[in-house]
Every structure is written in C-alpha cells, then in structure tokens.
Design a protein around this ligand. Structure first.
Ligand SMILES: [Zn+2]
Ligand SMILES: [Zn+2]
Length: 381
C-alpha cells in the first residue's frame, strides 16, 4: 500500500493552518475511537495513519520539510510509522503533543506511554516559558532559572529498591508492563494495574523515593539566551528535563521564548521600526534629529528638506542580530510631522504671512489641486 498524503489523511488541503490541522486531527481521532468502530476493521490502521500525519504536520519544521519533499523527507524513520496507540513513544517533543491529546480522549489507555518492556522509563520533557525584553533579545542574556523537576534518587541510585534489594518481574504482566483486552475487533492494551506499567514490582521500596527511583526537586540552571531570539524561539537543553523512572534516561528541557512588546520599537523579523516625531519646521527646511537605537545608544539622522509625514529612512544594520547567521537587520525610522499647537499671536501672524507666500509655490498642493481640477472636469464631461 503506498503511503497516503498526510493532508489527505486528515481531510485537509495543502497549506492548512496549524489550527486547522489540530482541529482536523481531534475530529479524526474521535471518529476513529475504538468504541465507535467495532464494525470497522480498518479503524485501527486509519488511527495510526492519522497519528503519523499529525506528528509531522503539527511540527513547523517537519511540516515545511514535508511540504517540500513529501514522504521522502522522512525516509530513514523520522516519520515514526510505528507510533500507533500501542507503541506511542511519548518521548521528546515529537510524540508528546500527540500523547497529550490522546490521554485526554482515551483516559487510562493512554498509559501505553509507559511503553512495555522499558522498565526504566524516560523522564518527561519540561517546558519553561521565559519572557524577555527586546533589549535582552538584542544583546542575548545569561540567566539562572529555577525549574521544579524530579531528579534521580540518591538513596537507591534510581533503582527504587531499598538497601540493595532487587526489583522483581511483575507476575501480572510478566514484565510487559501492559495487559491486553479484547474490545470489538480491537485488541486494547492497558497499563498493567499491578506494576503501573513498570514491568517490575519492588518488594522493599526505597524509603526516600517510595520506589519511584526519583524525587521532586527544584533545579537551578544557568542558561544562555543567544542574541536574536524572538517570540516562539525554542531552546532545548538536552537531559535537563525530568529524571527517568528507576534510572531511565532524563527528558529534555525546552525554554520557550516570548519577547515583550517595546515602547519605542516594533519588530518585524530582524528589522526594527520606530516612529519619530519631527517638527513642521525641520520637515520643511531639513535638519538633523537624534533617534534612539536598540543598543541603548543614539543615531543622528538627516531629515531632507521637504520631507512629508510617513517618510521612511533606513539605518543599516541597526536592527536585531540574526539568530542563525547572516547580518543584522536594519532600523527604519518613520517620520511623523507634528503640527504646532497653542500658537502665540506672533506665531499666528508669521504663519498667516507664510501662508500668503506659499499658496503659489507649494509643490505638493499645486499638484494635488491640478489633479482635483481635472477630476472635476472629467466628471462634468
Ligand atoms: Zn530511592
Ligand atoms: Zn505488571
């Protein structure tokens, strides 16, 4: 059987948004629930297919690769064909969103995450949300974060057994961690109730960790946030997630960056935009203004005579650094010409005089009025 297109599997057309993909996925999973499909022999295979499609399409990078290269993007096993209900890894960020939704819908059946024979279970990945200022995103920063997590138990070296005693193979599931039950056409695997999926029982559990092999603890970590991060940047700290159960491998920690809005600068990719007020006289006659830059400094900008409101000027390389190579972005100044207010009698006099002189020689208005005149004439005809 040739592999079906992932979008087709989810009933979507190419280029569907992340929201559409998630929604379609949830709908499909509900449709294919074993309880509703005891008369559909294909449901289980379809269910797996849907899970595999979602695993790829929910991930921005994988989706991009898939959109470009199709299934061949993942030849070599990355697509994870075997991640059906039974063998769901729940490991790394690859399977976890899938498992989360799966847990929502299937309750304890999702306990399949425990994953059969691997009695040493991998620890969960952790997510840490970090809000930074735009200045920090510009310069990068070193930060110490405190993460509530679990670490390997020192008393039993992570085995969960007290005083050098050995864990025993679970008699209920013979070490599989799962028991099977028939439900319609499906064989449903459930987590073994005796050992909670561990595949082993401990006669004499460690007094410190009560047999889990790990204990809750707050962990302090120094992290380097590189210059150029933006909202949505994800930094992976391998092996800094939760400790595994009974000596299993440690999960990873993902730092999700959110960059706060800035009072002065708006960011678009690596470019920065800044609206700068310019007095009417400077705009008319030209002059220098001083503008702030994201590094905390200032730049002098020459305003050409006769500049209009909305005119943009570019300061090369004064934007944000590029996170992954390449030069920095630029900074764009947008002029906002200010109309003077609270005029004195003398100022009004001068402006009236100015007005009388400028009726004939203001290039902007004369072009405009010429157009208006020809517009009116064309309407008459
Ligand atoms: Zn212990
Ligand atoms: Zn068992």
């Amino acid at each position: 059987m040739s592999k079906r297109d992932y979008y087709e599997v989810l009933g979507l057309s190419k280029g569907a948004s992340a929201d559409e993909i998630k929604k379609a996925y949830r709908t499909k999973v509900k449709e294919l629930h074993p309880d509703r499909n005891s008369d559909n022999p294909n449901a289980e295979a379809q269910f797996k297919e849907v899970g595999e499609a979602y695993d790829v399409l929910k991930d921005g990078d994988k989706k991009a690769a898939y959109d470009r290269y199709g299934h061949s993007a993942f030849e070599g096993g990355m697509g994870g064909g075997g991640r059906g209900p039974g063998g769901m890894g729940g490991q790394g960020d690859f399977g976890s969103a899938f498992s989360d939704i799966f847990d929502d819908l299937f309750g304890n059946m999702g306990g399949g995450r425990a994953g059969g024979q691997n009695r040493a279970q991998r620890g969960n990945d952790l997510r840490y949300n970090l809000r930074v200022t735009l200045e920090d995103a510009y310069a990068g920063l070193a930060k110490t974060i405190t993460v509530p997590t679990s670490v390997g138990c020192g008393s039993c070296n992570g085995t969960g057994a007290e005083g050098g005693s050995e864990p025993q193979t679970c008699p209920t599931c013979s070490g599989m961690g799962k028991v099977r039950a028939q439900q319609g056409f499906f064989t449903v695997e459930r987590t073994c109730p005796t050992c909670n999926g561990m595949g082993q029982t401990i006669k004499d559990p460690c007094h410190t960790c009560h047999g889990a092999g790990r204990v809750e603890k707050e962990k302090s970590l120094s992290v380097n946030i590189p210059a150029g991060v933006e909202t949505g940047t994800r930094i992976r700290l391998a092996g800094e997630g939760e400790a595994g159960m009974r000596g299993g491998p440690t999960g990873d920690l993902y730092i999700f960056i959110e960059v706060r809005d800035h009072e002065l600068f708006e960011r678009e990719g690596n470019h920065l935009f800044c609206r700068v007020p310019v007095s009417m006289t400077t705009a008319a006659m030209g002059g220098d203004i001083e503008v702030p830059t994201i590094d905390g400094g200032r730049s002098r900008v020459k305003i050409p005579a006769g500049s209009q409101s909305g005119r943009q000027m570019r300061l090369r390389a004064k934007g944000m650094p590029a996170l992954r190579g390449g030069g920095p972005g630029d900074m764009f100044i947008e002029m906002a010409v200010e109309t003077p207010v609270n005029l004195t009698t003398r100022q009004k006099e001068l402006l009236r005089e100015f007005e009388e002189l400028s009726v004939e020689n203001n290039p902007q208005s004369s072009t405009f009025f010429k157009s208006v005149k020809s517009f009116w004439e064309s309407m008459k005809g």
